[in-house]
Ligand binder design. Structure first.
Ligand SMILES: Nc1ncnc2c1ncn2[C@@H]1O[C@H](COP(=O)(O)OP(=O)(O)OP(=O)(O)O)[C@@H](O)[C@H]1O
Ligand SMILES: [Mg+2]
Length: 260
């Protein structure tokens, strides 16, 4: 079963003192899918991402990437395998330009620097820059190539993170609230790009509260509450699930009414 999936957790648990932030969580991401994890504030979504990507140690359970057991591997090893995660607050190198942020992303960059001596560096550099520009064009960020990252809007920063993940040849992109604070038009643009990327076999695990925007792009949904998965399924199953309405969707509607 695991080899069919980009990601699968088995009874994954994470405890903080007495708190069960993750309680025997089973979440899977089919290859070439956009899988969404939703749930109220504090339900464990970011903890799940941190534990899967090696930023937190799991207390129980397992994480599989394709057929590899990656439980409690350090973040850089997990990233090298092709899992790239982004943060709730983007973390680009602010003083560097958009292009420079991409050029420091690729695998094997250090080795390329060593090739300088043998004169192969220039050609390699041209190839990397060309690839970076193709990715920027694909994400419609190319006009910003020489802007410092600190001058980008919130939405553009999220796209920059996606660009960096593409530079690294990510197989699975895990994103924490990629469209929070991003205007709807740019959000739809970004999600359209994800649909293009998933057709090429990339997989996405997305945590997001903006269901009004994100739902129509998703293939499968997990709902968390108090550290546990309380429901999973396709959009219709989730929207009509009374438990989900009670703990999350009902509360979301009232938030929207309050203009939050
Ligand atoms: N490093 C930590 N140390 C102690 N408790 C933590 C830590 N990280 C998260 N928690 C707790 O774990 C629970 C789950 O938090 P988490 O950040 O995973 O929620 P979330 O679903 O991402 O919420 P939000 O939608 O607000 O981002 C919360 O009660 C939180 O206070
Ligand atoms: Mg969170």
């Amino acid at each position: 079963m695991n080899e069919m999936r980009a990601l699968q957790t088995q009874n994954l648990s994470k405890f903080f003192d007495g708190l069960k932030a993750l309680n025997r969580v089973n979440i899977g991401v089919e290859k070439g899918s956009i899988t969404l994890v939703i749930g109220p504030n504090g339900s464990g979504k970011t903890t799940f991402i941190n534990t899967v990507s090696g930023f937190y140690r799991a207390d129980e359970g397992k994480v599989f990437f394709e057929d590899k057991d990656i439980t409690n591997k350090p973040p850089h090893e997990i990233s090298r395998l092709g899992i790239v995660r982004t943060f709730q607050i983007p973390q680009p190198l602010k003083k560097m330009t958009v292009l420079e942020n991409l050029l420091i992303a690729p695998k094997g960059y250090g080795e390329n620097i060593l090739n300088t001596i043998s004169g192969r560096w220039m050609r390699k550099e041209e190839e990397i820059v060309e690839r970076a520009f193709k990715i920027l064009e694909f994400l419609k960020l190319d006009h910003l190539w020489d802007s410092e990252a600190q001058n980008l809007s919130g939405g553009q920063l999220k796209l920059l993170e996606v660009a960096r993940a593409m530079m690294k040849d990510a197989q699975l992109i895990i994103m924490d609230e990629p469209i929070a604070g991003v205007n709807p038009m740019l959000s739809h643009d970004m999600l359209d790009r994800f649909v293009e990327l998933k057709k090429r076999g990339m997989s996405f695990l997305i945590v997001e509260h903006r269901l009004d925007i994100v739902l129509k792009y998703t293939d499968y949904i997990y709902v968390m509450a108090n550290g546990s998965v309380i429901a999973e399924g396709k959009e219709d199953d989730i929207l009509n699930n009374p438990k989900v309405v009670e703990v999350y969707l009902g509360a979301q509607d009232s938030e929207v009414e309050c203009g939050v």
